[in-house]
Design a protein. Structure first.
Length: 1072
């Protein structure tokens, strides 16, 4: 029926069977089974035995187990290991015959009140030919050992005498058993011979410190020797297993605080790897980044500066070498202005002033090309050739605007290969577009793409010139001469009529007088003749520019101006080769405004860098605190501490105090780093430094609580650390960057103002966002002051630099709103943590009890007859008075439901003092649920549990002070030593420091744990860990002890030892 179920939903026994099936699948011939029935109930174990017996034919199976009956049943041959060596090998029968030492005689007592010392002596000397020794005595039984090799006639005579006197010894019946495999194992692998190698998990630093202190890294001493020779200050302290009086427990709060802080300090000291990733690595990252910013990237700590933009020379080289241009000549006459201008462009020195000697912009970036390899095919001869009839003005255009308003023309749609070009010494390319439709060419080629025949060439045209255009409105030479004559007539009339209107022209220059200096050789008449003749040009020149290249218009204007200058030089019949004059066009860009300079320098280079860095650091440091909490919760150590008497408030208060101490240490180190490195963004003034200290401490107070809440969702400590650190960092950075980007974008887009306002206030619920924004606001406040001081120094007014006021960092618009948000978040987080720790609300618990009651009242579908003894026990429990302390433990009508399944159904039993009560059941029978309700781990659905008359609940209960609890799994701190673990729980129990040392020492000695007192718990074997769990349960000598599978995972020797300890506790009057 479990075929389609997920393996995670199977019970423990079903999982073990599934693992065995995986091992057997495929006809594997050699199978290794490592404790296949560990943690499995009796029925499941027998099912597994049947499965192995069925499939062991034609297979070799290697099986390891702690269950000797399992080895006896399944194994053909058995090997016993001790201290890594093979002690014995053979079949079960062979081992029993070879190593069996005695036969066991067990006698049942009739009356517990009778002293059986005389009976023991008589039985031991009953028959002189058969030596009998007492092995064990309990309240119900006497156990004797008989020699295994005794003769049958001797045994016959002994038991004849034994039967005759059985009633006189007040013995009711007896039984005989042969040596068991468990007896053989104990004799061959005694507990006292075990050795332990200490596992040093403190790293290299721990090893160095251990060597300096003379510490040892291994223990190989015999337990028996240690127990005999060990001495203690409390040597007169009785065996805690046999003491009937519980230890007196004093005031607990101070001892609880010391226990928690001491244990946490030991854990931290021995977790160097965790400390490295939690504290050292983030701080080192911050230090290295600040060193890089200061000494490598050289971020100016004096604040932002206004930058004066350098002059920009307007020439085609501004857009790089090999710029593309086009030239169109419409006047083919050789003496035309267009042809002459084209000659100045194509021949040396070419376009603009790049190849003019001693030009102010000459540098190695854009040098003049002395030799051009690919000159091209365009020349003045080909340019002046009459090609008007050969050239097609417009091409057949097949591209254009699409119905969806998209322009699909590219340069591949124009026959570029038909165009002649020339590569000039200024690295510019000129393409001949004479007699072609320039408007069509510009539309088609507006997108630069590789041309088909010139694969690696792109035609991104900056612009061009169109020369030789005839001006139809230009006046003829005859009309210009008529204008000149008109000027002369006007001049003569004014001169002859000056006397009439009384004008004196004596001071005016004569028509033949030249102007001084500025225009030597130019007379008034020649000047007027030139002006009148040039008022309307016969040939026009068109400049084409690419408006996507904003400087192209002034560039081509400068190119034409230089071409006209060289044209005047040519008309003097002088060669251009020696021409070394030109007109340089210069653009002086506007300097950055105060706002632009501030935004670019402070926000982008400094603030953003440190926001990301600090949010990362302060996300990682608190996330590391989750590791300890997850380990304590998953190992059930936290629950065991609560059962031992620790309050939840004290646990979280001490955890918070310790974690905040570490966090404060990190904050102080970070501040010291910033002070030593002179990072004035945080240390400019004491109020600024104090504001950031307040911010970081408030964030720590909130984030530590947030970590406490989030860690409840994880069961793997390392995963909790990684996910919490990465998650909080990601959330903080995304929200902070979103708001900062919106602040920049909304300066140019007013529609984003509402979006920014919504995000700004909505993200206030996130602590990491408040941290990032508060750091940004504080840094910007300093940058504003630093910018003002820098500005005054740049304008030579350093006396005013100190007058720039520093704004109040804690005002609402800067850090104030974020600090307030952090305070509110801290209170909310604390309330959530308290709610989660105190479980569901009262009305929810009442609903659960009501639902459980309803399920109990439902009639059973199948009638099961209740056992008579069970009914009698139920009646006995019902008759016990509520406040009676006669019974150690009373469980009355206990029930628990999960969903619609009633897991525990009205369980009732009572355990008297001095009684060992066994709670048995198959897997899934409800044992764990029952233990959970008895120890307060689970809410009680119905009924009640009382310990010495005091009621127990899932909340803090006074009944727990009388309870010692050993959970199913070792709820121990693996970073503490054996002795430190016992001392920790002794303090939790409220035992005073003066008595604790002797009690702990005696308890370790009684449980054979003294040789391992200074060994880390993580280095102990499974059996010794179970002993340590028992020691924790016994540390205060409680009258009631709960042991949940105390011998699970123990070898037979350890099991027998634990059984003897339980027997001592029972004889001491404790309810077990």
């Amino acid at each position: 029926e479990k075929t389609e179920c997920r393996s995670g939903s199977l019970s423990g026994g079903q999982k073990r069977r599934l693992c065995i099936g995986i091992a057997l699948i495929g006809g594997s011939r050699f199978v290794i089974l490592d404790e296949p029935t560990a943690g499995v109930d009796v029925n499941s174990r027998k099912s597994i035995w049947k499965l192995l017996m069925k499939h062991k034919n034609e297979r070799t199976i290697l099986l390891s187990t702690h269950h000797m009956d399992e080895a006896d049943m399944l194994s053909d041959r058995i090997a016993i290991l001790s201290e890594g060596k093979l002690s014995a090998l053979g079949s079960s029968v062979f081992l029993k015959n070879r190593f069996g030492r005695h036969t066991t005689l067990t006698c049942i007592k009739q009356d517990r009140r009778v002293n059986y010392a005389k009976a023991i002596d008589e039985i031991s000397t009953l028959y002189e030919k058969l030596p009998v020794t007492l092995a064990d005595e309990s309240e119900e039984e006497l156990t004797f050992h008989l020699p295994i090799g005794s003769d049958s006639q001797v045994l016959e005579e002994f038991f004849r005498l034994f039967d005759e006197r059985l009633s006189t010894w007040n013995l009711s019946e007896y039984g005989i058993s042969a040596p068991t495999l468990q007896d053989i194992f104990v004799s061959l692998a005694p507990q006292s011979d075990l050795k332990l190698t200490k596992v040093d998990d403190e790293g290299c630093l721990g090893k160095v410190l251990s060597c300096l202190k003379g510490g040892k890294t291994s223990v190989a001493a015999s337990e028996q020797t240690e127990l005999v020779t060990a001495k203690t200050d409390g040597s007169d302290t009785p065996d805690v297993c046999e003491t009937e009086t519980p230890l007196k427990q004093g005031p607990r709060k101070s001892r609880h605080a010391r226990a928690l802080l001491t244990a946490r300090a030991h854990y931290t000291r021995r977790s160097l790897l965790i400390i490295f990733f939690e504290m050292i690595a983030p701080i080192l990252l911050l230090l290295f980044c600040e060193l890089y910013a200061k000494y490598v990237n050289k971020i100016d700590q004096r604040g932002p500066r206004m930058k004066t933009q350098p002059p920009m020379f307007l020439m085609p080289s501004l857009y790089g070498n090999d710029s593309n241009h086009y030239l169109s000549l419409w006047d083919q006459s050789e003496d035309g202005v267009g042809a002459q201008l084209a000659e100045t462009l194509l021949d040396f020195p070419g376009m603009g002033t790049r190849c003019i000697p001693d030009a102010p912009h000459n540098d190695t970036r854009y040098p003049c090309m002395e030799e051009v390899k690919d000159r091209g095919t365009l020349s003045m001869t080909s340019l002046l050739r009459d090609r008007q009839n050969e050239t097609k003005y417009s091409i057949n255009q097949t591209c254009g605007a699409t119905p969806d308003f998209y322009w699909d023309c590219t340069q591949l749609d124009y026959p570029m290969y038909e165009l002649a070009y020339v590569h000039t010494n200024t690295s510019d390319y000129f393409y001949d577009l004479s007699f072609r439709n320039l408007s069509q060419f510009r539309l088609i080629t507006q997108f630069a793409l590789p041309a088909g025949l010139q694969a690696n060439k792109t035609y991104a045209f900056t612009g061009g010139l169109s020369l030789g255009h005839f001006n139809p409105w230009a006046r003829s030479d005859k009309k210009n001469e008529k204008r000149k004559n008109g000027w002369r007539t006007l001049r003569d009339v004014l001169s002859s009529q000056s006397g009439i209107i009384r004008l004196n022209f004596s001071s005016l220059p004569t028509p033949n007088t030249t102007l001084p200096e500025f225009a030597k050789g130019i007379t008034m008449d020649s000047f007027m003749d030139k002006v009148i003749g040039a008022m309307e040009t016969k040939e026009a020149v068109k400049l084409w520019f690419n408006n996507k290249r904003w400087a192209s218009l002034p560039i081509y204007t400068n190119v034409l101006t230089n071409a006209l200058l060289r044209l005047a030089h040519l008309r003097k019949n002088e060669s251009l080769e020696s021409f070394n004059q030109g007109i340089v066009g210069v653009n002086h860009p506007m300097n950055s405004t105060l706002e632009d300079s501030f935004d670019q320098s402070a926000i982008q280079k400094v603030t953003l860098f440190r926001v990301v860095l600090l949010v990362l650091v302060f996300s990682v440091i608190p996330a590391g605190y989750a590791v300890f909490l997850v380990e304590e919760r998953v190992s059930h150590s936290f629950h065991l501490q609560l059962v031992s008497g620790l309050s939840r408030k004290m646990y979280w208060a001490m955890s918070y105090l310790f974690d905040m101490s570490l966090y404060l240490l990190c904050v102080i180190i970070i501040i010291v780093i910033y002070v030593m490195m002179g990072v004035k963004d945080f240390t400019y003034t004491p109020p600024l430094l104090g504001s950031f200290l307040l911010l970081w401490m408030l964030y720590g107070l909130v984030d530590v609580i947030l970590v406490y809440i989030l860690q409840r969702n994880f069961n793997i400590a390392a995963l909790a650390f990684v996910m919490i650190s990465i998650g909080t960092f990601f959330v903080g950075i995304v929200t902070t960057m979103t708001v900062m980007m919106l602040e920049q974008l909304m300066k140019t887009d007013s529609t984003l103002v509402t979006t920014h306002k919504i995000c700004y206030y909505a993200f206030l619920i996130i602590p990491q966002y408040n941290l990032g924004m508060a750091i940004s606001r504080g840094a910007v406040a300093y940058q504003a002051v630093a910018f003002g001081e820098s500005y005054f120094r740049q304008i030579n007014r350093p006396d005013l630099a100190g007058t720039v006021p520093m704004p109040s960092i804690l005002q609402r618009d800067l850090m104030g709103i974020h600090i307030t948000a952090l305070l509110i978040e801290g209170l909310i987080g604390l309330a959530i943590l308290v709610f989660l720790e105190h479980g569901s609300l009262g009305f929810l618990r009442r609903l659960e009890r009501k639902k459980t009651d309803e399920m109990l009242e439902r009639p059973e579908t199948t009638i099961i007859r209740e056992d008579v003894d069970v009914s009698a026990e139920t009646v006995r429990v019902a008759s016990i008075e509520t406040s009676s302390d006669e019974y150690g433990l009373v469980v009355k009508d206990l029930a628990k439901a999960f969903s619609n399944n009633l897991t525990v159904r009205g369980v009732s039993f009572a355990v008297e003092r001095g009684e060992c009560f066994g709670l048995l059941g198959l897997n899934g029978a409800g044992k764990t649920t029952t233990f959970g309700m008895m120890t307060g781990k689970l809410d009680i659905g119905h009924g009640e549990v009382r310990i010495l008359g005091e009621r127990v609940s899932s909340r803090s209960s006074d009944g727990f002070r009388n309870l010692g609890y050993c959970p199913q799994f070792d709820a121990l701190n693996m970073k503490l030593t054996t002795k430190e673990n016992v001392e920790f729980y002794a303090r939790i129990r409220g035992i005073d420091e003066k008595s604790m040392k002797g009690i702990v020492h005696t308890l370790l000695r009684s449980l054979h744990l003294f040789p391992y007192a200074d060994i880390l718990t993580s280095a102990l074997s499974g059996g010794n860990r179970r002993k340590l769990s028992v020691a924790v349960a016994l540390v205060s000598q409680p009258p009631v002890i709960m042991l949940d599978e105390p011998s699970a995972g123990m070898d037979p020797g350890s099991q027998q030892f634990l059984w003897s300890v339980i027997g001592k506790m029972r004889r001491a009057g404790r309810a077990v």
